[in-house]
Design a protein around this ligand. Sequence first.
Ligand code: SF4
Length: 157
Amino acid sequence: MHRLYENEDITVFWDSDRCFHARRCISGAPMVFSFARKPWVDLSKGKNPVIWKTVKLCPSGALDVVYNHGVRVVFEEENLRSAAYDGDRLVGECDYSDDGESFSILHTEVDPEYTGRGIARRLVFRTAEAAEKRKKKIVPVCSYAKAALESKTPGPS
Ligand code: SF4
């Protein structure tokens, strides 16, 4: 399962397949991370430096975190994509097709001016999250998306 948890400044990635329940997140910031609650991550319950430090203690790579750099990432079902915006400017997108059973992630692209900020990974996770919430399979045709969903460090994004 892939999820994103965001506040104004940071985005936390969660890949449940990688978690081996070492629970360092829960001991590091118990108000923010709790397996007894849904959603299990609530960024409003902690300060960003503490959340950041705690996420970086995760030994499995199930959790990761990036700064938002003022860029919003939204799922746009009507456009078959997730899109990244800096204000009104479109600065990245992750396109998919939907055959009714699965989302095929076809292409992920970020404006060269905005690379290196984790935006592509946020786009892929946002699309994967949307697929999972709709009980669809994910087929990562895009090589970047495949790497982002399987690895903690898919490369510059
Ligand atoms: S620290 Fe990482 S591996 Fe441990 S429970 Fe939290 S998410 Fe899972």
